[in-house]
Write a protein that binds this ligand. Structure first.
Ligand SMILES: NC(=O)c1ccc[n+]([C@@H]2O[C@H](COP(=O)([O-])OP(=O)(O)OC[C@H]3O[C@@H](n4cnc5c(N)ncnc54)[C@H](O)[C@@H]3O)[C@@H](O)[C@H]2O)c1
Ligand SMILES: [Zn+2]
Length: 362
């Protein structure tokens, strides 16, 4: 088993990575000195597959569980679903020392985390991520929240989990498109912090796409380590945590203008990262060879690197970018790469150059 520690003083926690971990959920929770009652929040795709194993393990360790299943998909990340979860928790009399287990992808993790952050002014929670994206990214770092009509993740809270348990076996059932979308975040870690990881991904992509356990374990642990390091240094994104947003300024705007559902998050940020690589070449001298390696790896992973946008759509995308909650003082700031493995945040990029870059990507 691989163990990665997120160091945040008295809010520190461990990320466990291995096959067969769901069966150990109960005993791992028992170490955390939590109350006896817990609610498993999951979705209608994940619950039928994995909730039984989670419930059995928790029961064996002496916990009383209740299962709350929300609809699958991004639209469930809403205040309406949050309210239905609160009702479920109240009905089953969860108390201050009771806890929540978030069993599912990033949608469930963000939603259940937000419910945990706010119910009774905050109760503990444990992340059991079941998508690649959630295992390498959303389950770690304590960002929780839901969407508003006005945009994604506009309501939320920082609330760190007490434990993250990544069971590699759950990834076997993940649809191929979802798996590839997760790879977009994996590749991101190589670009922002780790040239050796990037190289490993270039070499071992076939094994990764076959979901070979050993390759998955090594790669997921490395990604979690990078995220843990970044979050450990800048929990609430005062500065350097922003490097995790490489490719996200354009990616998030693209998700926004095309309506949730057209692009998966990973697909949108693959396009965003390819565009950010080109901007990096123009603005901070990322070598052309590195731009090619970046776009090449996304393509080999089966991810899009460009988008055909008409004039009106391009204008909408630029406008959406300026609405991003990370924009301050009306200025769009980018994370740009000087080379693979090294990025800088807070870089200004002129709108006309962004427009030109995007119009050449399709
Ligand atoms: N909090 C953060 O730091 C952070 C970071 C990145 C992304 N996010 C959020 O994460 C969300 C996206 O997460 P996601 O990509 O995991 O999407 P998701 O949670 O919607 O999961 C994708 C799909 O796969 C299904 N699924 C999940 N696990 C499965 C499994 N093991 N087998 C079969 N099907 C399975 C789900 O039901 C869903 O239909 C977005 O809302 C995004 O905003 C949050
Ligand atoms: Zn992302």
């Amino acid at each position: 088993m691989r163990v990665v520690k997120v160091s945040l003083g008295n809010r520190s926690y461990k990320i466990l990575i291995d096959g067969g971990l769901l069966a150990r959920l109960g005993e791992e929770c028992a170490r955390l000195q939590l109350g006896r009652r817990c609610a498993i929040i999951s979705d209608t795709n994940v619950a039928p597959r994995f909730a039984k194993a989670a419930e059995r393990s928790l029961a064996r360790a002496g916990f009383e569980t209740v299962l709350l299943a929300v609809p699958a998909g991004e639209t469930a990340k809403s205040l309406k679903t949050v309210e239905s979860c609160y009702d479920g928790l109240a009905q089953h009399r969860l108390e201050r020392n009771s806890f929540i287990v978030a069993l599912g992808g990033g949608v469930v993790g963000d939603l259940a985390g937000f419910v945990a952050a706010t119910y009774l002014r905050g109760i503990p929670f444990v992340q059991v991520p079941t998508t690649l994206l959630a295992q390498v990214d959303s389950s770690v770092g304590g960002k929780t929240g839901v969407n508003l009509k006005a945009g994604k993740n506009l309501v939320g809270a920082f609330h760190q989990p007490r434990l993250v348990l990544c069971d590699l076996d759950t990834l076997r059932e993940l649809p191929p498109r979802e798996f590839r979308a997760g790879l977009a975040e994996v590749i991101k870690y190589g670009i922002i912090r780790d040239a050796a990881l990037f190289k490993r991904l270039e070499l071992e992509l076939p094994q990764l796409l076959q979901r070979r356990a050993e390759t998955l374990a090594t790669v997921i642990a490395r990604c979690c380590q990078i995220k843990a390091d970044v979050v450990g240094q800048d929990e609430t994104e005062g500065g350097m945590r922003a490097i995790l947003n490489f490719g996200h300024t354009i990616g998030n705007a693209l998700e926004n203008i095309s309506g949730y559902g057209k692009y998966l998050h990973g697909e949108a940020i693959a396009i965003g990262q390819a565009a950010a690589a080109k901007l990096s070449h123009n603005l901070v001298g990322l070598p052309p060879g590195d731009v090619e390696r970046i776009t090449g790896l996304f393509q080999r992973a089966g991810l899009p690197i460009g988008v055909k946008l008409g004039r009106a759509q391009l204008a909408k995308l630029l406008a959406a970018m300026q609405l991003d909650k990370k924009v301050s003082g009306g200025e769009v700031k980018f994370v740009l790469a000087r080379r693979i493995g090294h990025v800088e945040f807070g870089q200004r990029a002129p709108l006309d150059l962004i427009a030109e870059t995007l119009s050449h990507t399709a």
